[in-house]
Design a protein around this ligand. Structure first.
Ligand SMILES: Nc1nc2c(c(=O)[nH]1)N[C@H]1C(S)=C(S)[C@@H](COP(=O)(O)O)O[C@H]1N2
Ligand SMILES: [Mo]
Length: 326
């Protein structure tokens, strides 16, 4: 294992906590903005349904403020494809299985514990998490290891915001993501492909990178169950399998976690799993991808190094042999 690179964070990327507008204040401003423009972008809170975590707040709690710094210009994938063409093996291995079966997953109440190498271990319920910071809308590319891709407008905030709350110790070198297991509600658990729960992980500097997003919504709405309700991560420069859905635990560790796909097939899936058109999967090329929603006859798209995020993340891997650390 090569040495750990400490991320360089320039001051402009750090938002001091005292200048965060409170979530309620942001919602108020968003509401006034929409009224001033005459836009009909706000949903009555009743329309959010009984499971709306902040149902009493005015406006739509999932309409994050667009963050152009972390938004790509590609045309977003149609909303119906984002939730109906998917991988979520807890519900089966078919691309439509999550859409057909994830409705039974219980997402309320829900909490996420942050533990391990932290000074302040804590369990956050969903309301706590939503109150931590205003949501941003970021349109991210998503590239599955199976060579299909999407462009998804997520609503969330940087995972670093949450991790800082727990105060990682100097021994925290990795972050492990543990996702939900609900026997009875997840028909895919019977297929014993994965030793449940589904586990993923990042190096600490990857986890603290501002692009690594803790996601609560998509398309301005609460996350649908097939996309990992009520909270998941999105790491846009890595293959989709790194982005664990329906998180229940985040554990900071000194040792590299043994992640689900590395455990199943270490010769095919590495811990890093950075999108890399130059390193083929042993059984297929990673040079191009099929954009879901473009139609079956649309030309394939060239896959970009780090999924197009090289300017932002390549420095995390300087000096590493990316053929070896795939
Ligand atoms: N818990 C869990 N998370 C998961 C998976 C899974 O099977 N279980 N599949 C991964 C894979 S392979 C992909 S491509 C993405 C797909 O979901 P998304 O389109 O909502 O990002 O979820 C990832 N996260
Ligand atoms: Mo995937």
């Amino acid at each position: 294992m090569s040495r750990i690179h400490i991320p360089r964070i320039d001051a402009s990327q750090i938002t001091p906590e005292h200048i965060w507008v409170s979530r309620r204040e942001w919602l108020r401003q968003a509401g006034l903005g929409a009224l001033a423009l005459g836009a009909g972008g706000l949903l009555p809170s009743a329309a959010l349904g009984a499971d709306s975590p902040v149902g009493s707040a005015p406006g739509n709690p999932y309409a994050g403020r667009p963050n152009p710094r972390y938004t790509v210009n590609d045309k977003p994938t149609p909303e119906k494809d984002v939730s109906s063409y998917n991988n979520f093996y807890e519900f089966g291995t078919g691309k439509r299985d999550p859409y057909d079966h994830a409705g039974k997953m219980q997402t309320q109440p829900w909490s996420v514990s942050v533990e391990g190498e932290v000074a302040k271990p804590r369990r956050f319920d969903i309301d706590d998490l939503l109150r931590l910071a205003p949501l941003e809308e970021r349109v991210y590319r998503m590239r599955c290891v199976e060579a299909w891709s999407m462009v998804i407008p997520w609503e969330g905030y940087s995972l670093s915001t949450l991790l800082k709350q727990a105060e990682p110790t100097s021994r925290a070198k990795y972050v492990e993501f543990v996702t939900a297991v609900q026997p009875g509600n997840m028909p895919g658990l019977d297929e014993r492909i994965i030793d449940w729960p589904y586990i993923e992980g990042l190096r600490i500097d990857e986890a603290m990178h501002p692009l690594t997003l803790l996601v609560f919504g998509v398309y301005g709405k609460r996350l649908p169950n097939p996309n990992g309700a009520p909270v998941r991560v999105s790491i846009p420069w890595k293959y989709g399998f790194k982005s664990g859905k329906s998180l229940v635990k985040i554990r900071l560790t000194e040792k590299m976690p043994l992640t689900s796909w590395v455990k199943i097939a270490p010769g095919e899936y590495g811990f890093y799993a950075n999108v890399n058109p130059d390193v083929p999967h042993p059984r297929w090329s990673q040079a191009t991808e099929r954009r879901i929603g473009d139609g079956l006859f649309a030309p394939r798209v060239k896959t970009l190094m780090f999924n197009g995020y090289a300017d932002q993340v390549a420095s995390l891997y300087s000096g590493m042999d990316l053929r070896r650390y795939y």
